[in-house]
Design a protein around this ligand. Structure first.
Ligand code: AHM
Ligand code: MG
Length: 336
């Protein structure tokens, strides 16, 4: 194994520093910020791995801004990320699925340069049944200067195309961290013994012949004709046919899509007319990653990364995966 060979292993810290040399304006600050996120991932996975042994399973008796019951692990993961990032000294604003408004981080004379948006524990409804969950993050440079004055709104509400970096961590059968800074997508596996994320796959590409569709088909009645036409096609002999996989943790479903190909969809439904997933800390980071791996991410009509957000917690329909699959769904949707 390459990671046990002292001549060959590459840790995430080494990798981030190498990536930084590709950004002409990058400073060591950026790798310092990313290492705050890898530290948080290590701490969160340590607790996730002990769920059921320590008192961390179950509801926290509180709701988040979306009216969803927060799990104890949501609250824990959120605090860990907040603490790991706020102490970096270069983060100006944080935005989380679990917090109603952006948090302005106190820094001397507004010296913080970055905005970090995150979903601390995606798929947390699955924790109690031991299904993979994950953390998603998205990093921007601030657009304003000096002290943050408007509660961070201007700095936060940037389209996904302006992300400097994005990534996710899947706490699955192993802990995998995937990130991009716009120069390809790179996968790391946590070695629990050393606490280091080791490079597993550099410049990952989405396979183009995945033949997997992933959607909550229980909502098919409200998908509309185009998506149902796609599902009929995918099940037909003409298509291959496809197989269906749906975990119900977006981070795990998109990770499988990245590794094995196919398409993941969360369309608008009768229950969630604007889609269920959140643009800024779920769809945008995943879209950046998937595009960097050669795939596409749209809301059915428009590229996710081009959408101008109007609020931190806004929702979007999401169609993400291999180019041909996403294009076919969109074509069928356009026909009605
Ligand atoms: P969460 O961020 O509150 O966990 O909710 C988002 C999750 C996604 O991980 C997943 O794709 C989706 O909700 C599943 O929704 P559904 O149960 O409607 O299929
Ligand atoms: Mg989520």
């Amino acid at each position: 194994m390459r990671y046990t060979d002292p001549e060959k292993f590459i840790t995430i810290q080494q990798h981030i520093i190498e990536q930084q040399t590709k950004h002409p304006t990058a400073s060591g600050e950026f790798s310092w910020l990313l290492s705050g996120l890898t530290l948080a991932a290590c701490l969160i996975q340590a607790i996730v791995r002990r769920a059921g042994l320590v008192d961390i399973l179950g509801g926290a008796d509180s709701e988040n801004v979306h009216g969803e019951l927060q799990q104890k692990l949501d609250v824990y993961a959120n605090k860990v990320i907040e603490r790991c990032l706020a102490s970096r000294g270069n983060v100006a604003v944080l935005g989380s699925e679990e917090i109603p408004e952006p948090i302005v981080v106190p820094t001397p004379e507004g010296s913080g340069r970055y905005v970090v948006l995150f979903d601390p524990l995606d798929g947390s409804g699955n924790i109690d049944v031991n299904v993979a969950v994950g953390t998603i993050f998205s990093i921007y440079e601030r657009v304003t200067h000096g002290p943050v004055t408007d509660g961070g709104r201007k700095d936060v509400l940037q389209p996904g195309s302006r992300q400097l970096a994005a990534g996710y961590v899947v706490y699955g059968s192993s802990t995998v961290l995937v990130y991009t800074t716009g120069h390809g997508v790179h996968l790391f596996t946590l070695d629990p013994a050393s606490g280091s994320f080791m490079l597993a796959n550099e410049h990952a590409r989405i396979p183009e012949n995945g033949k997997i569709y992933s959607v909550n088909e229980a909502n098919a009645d409200s998908f509309g004709a185009g998506i149902n036409a796609y599902l009929d096609w995918a099940k037909s002999k003409a298509a291959g046919p496809y197989t269906s996989r749906y975990i119900g943790s977006m981070v795990a479903d998109v990770h499988r899509t990245l590794v094995k190909g196919g398409v993941f969809m969360y369309p608008a439904t009768a229950k969630s007319p604007k889609g269920k997933l959140r643009l800024m800390y779920e769809a945008n980071p995943m879209a950046f990653i998937v595009e960097q791996a050669g795939g596409l991410a749209t809301d059915g009509k428009n590229r996710i990364l081009d959408k101008q957000p109007t609020e931190l917690h806004e929702r979007t329909p999401l169609f993400i995966g291999a180019k041909d699959d996403v294009t076919r769904v969109m074509e069928l949707m356009a026909r009605g």
